[in-house]
Design a protein around this ligand. Structure first.
Ligand code: NAD
Length: 421
């Protein structure tokens, strides 16, 4: 076995490519399609100025990567973070292609990012940065071309600015250019909680499949942002016991269960989870390797690596985040017979609700939250079944099954369209 450095192991693009190659080989994918789907179809880098509050001008770098438009317009979030790289955005764009295909919605994959530290920027600076970035990529995006959405450190407000900037350039209001908007601008009911809701559905399906009860099911969640906090709250409301919450600044543990509604209220008031009285403070890294039935990494990439995978004691991992597990760690977890629900299925509730938002904007007709959730549940339920049946039929783990299913669906579309080459 070749040994690789941690730096190589945590390159998200290499991780995506390793799984893609493995699944493509298993599928006997023809060489031409293999080469075509391995690469993103378009990568754009923009360097642009933003006037700062102190009157000075700063330059920022942004990316938009479109992996595939075979099955429909590209779809994928935009993240703001100091450590954004082209390789990361590429990986995230490809994952979006596979994710949309796993849940069988008519989109291809894309992703965007801007290198910046959002915590160090004022609202005015963030607005100017967002508008200028939008104008730099304006020819790439559009309801029929590429539809951005929020990701780490971007939110409803960011989407509202993008929608407004795009609409100003077009000369009319185009709500369907982005999803994850506020309700008042054509957002969908249920979108904010959708990814957490989907994580909850996949936890339920996993327990049913493994014939385990919800009662007494201990859950540890890493990340208490959009995905993690909504997943934790919805799981608690359903009867799961949330024994641990791991955040950047430190973790919280309570074997009897953390009251997530109280923790949300605490975080709203104090802007941190630290100091919450309803749980004991513990180091976050410890929580990842704590005994529990379900571990939900819902923070960021590369938190389960060759360095800690062998210590994980969870029976099930439901990946709320994109790319939390490296491909090297996959093998270790597989040897330990941990049941993994991969990101491209487990966090697909978000893009499914985004698809509904795009449909509603184009129809100009908005659905009740119960309709959004009912339709999302049906899609996730079928997708879960598709993935586990595929895994059984091909004798592969759930992650490879999800990749195989997705690659096969994209390949079928491309073969029937024909390749303009
Ligand atoms: P967010 O910014 O709202 O929340 C992320 C949280 O994780 C923050 O509270 C942050 O402090 C915490 N965090 C970051 N690094 C951490 C670490 N090493 N240890 C512990 N905590 C850490 O972001 P989000 O929207 O919840 O997204 C989280 C993940 O889910 C990302 O990987 C994102 O790509 C993925 N995702 C999000 C959505 C969505 O709809 N928001 C959909 C699909 C996938």
């Amino acid at each position: 076995m070749t040994t690789i450095s941690l730096e190589q192991e945590i390159n998200p693009w290499e991780n995506q490519a390793a799984r893609f190659d493995y699944a493509a080989r298993k599928l006997n994918l023809e060489e031409g399609l293999w080469k075509m789907l391995r690469m993103p179809s378009r990568e754009v880098i923009v360097h642009f100025p933003v006037k700062m509050d102190n009157g000075k001008m700063e330059m920022f770098t942004g990316f938009r990567v479109q992996h595939s438009i075979a099955r429909g317009p590209c779809k994928g979030g935009i993240r703001y973070a100091p450590e954004v790289t082209l390789d990361e955005v590429r990986a995230l764009a490809s994952w979006m292609t596979w994710k949309c295909a796993v849940v069988n919605i008519p989109f291809g994959g894309a992703k965007g990012g801007v290198i910046c530290d959002p915590k160090a920027l004022s609202q005015g600076e963030l607005e100017r940065l967002t508008r200028r970035y939008t104008s730099e990529i304006i020819d790439l995006i559009g309801p029929e071309k590429d539809v951005p959405a929020p990701d780490m450190n971007t939110n409803e407000q960011t989407m509202a600015w993008i929608m407004d900037t795009y609409s100003m350039h077009m000369g009319h209001t185009v709500t369907s250019v982005v999803t994850g908007k506020p309700l008042s601008l054509g957002g969908s009911r249920g979108r904010t909680e959708a990814t957490g809701h989907g994580v909850r559905v996949i936890c339920d399906e996993s327990l049913k499949y493994l014939q385990m009860p919800i009662e007494g099911c201990r859950v540890v969640v890493q990340g208490f942002g959009n995905v993690g906090s909504n997943a934790a709250r919805l799981l608690m409301e359903r009867g799961y016991t949330i024994v641990g919450i791991a955040e950047t600044e430190g973790g919280l543990m309570n074997p009897d269960g953390i009251d997530i509604r109280q923790l949300l209220e605490y975080k709203r008031r104090n802007n941190t989870t630290l100091g919450f009285r309803g749980a004991e403070a513990v180091p976050s890294e410890e929580l990842l390797v704590t005994e529990c039935e379900i571990l939900i990494p819902a923070a960021t990439e590369n938190v389960i690596t060759s360095r800690n995978a062998d210590q994980i004691k969870a029976k099930i991992i439901v990946e709320g985040a994109n790319g939390p597990t490296t491909s090297v760690a996959d093998q270790i977890l597989s040897d330990k017979k941990i049941f993994i629900m991969p990101d491209i299925l487990a966090n697909a509730g978000g893009v499914t609700a985004s698809y509904f938002e795009w449909v509603q904007d184009r129809q100009g007709y908005f659905w009740k939250e119960a309709v959004v959730n009912e339709r999302m549940d049906a899609i996730l339920h079928d997708s879960f079944d598709d993935v586990v049946r595929y895994a059984e039929a091909h004798n592969v783990n759930n992650r490879i099954a999800a990749y195989m299913l997705a690659i096969d669906r994209v390949a079928i579309t491309i073969r029937s369209r024909g390749i303009y080459a």
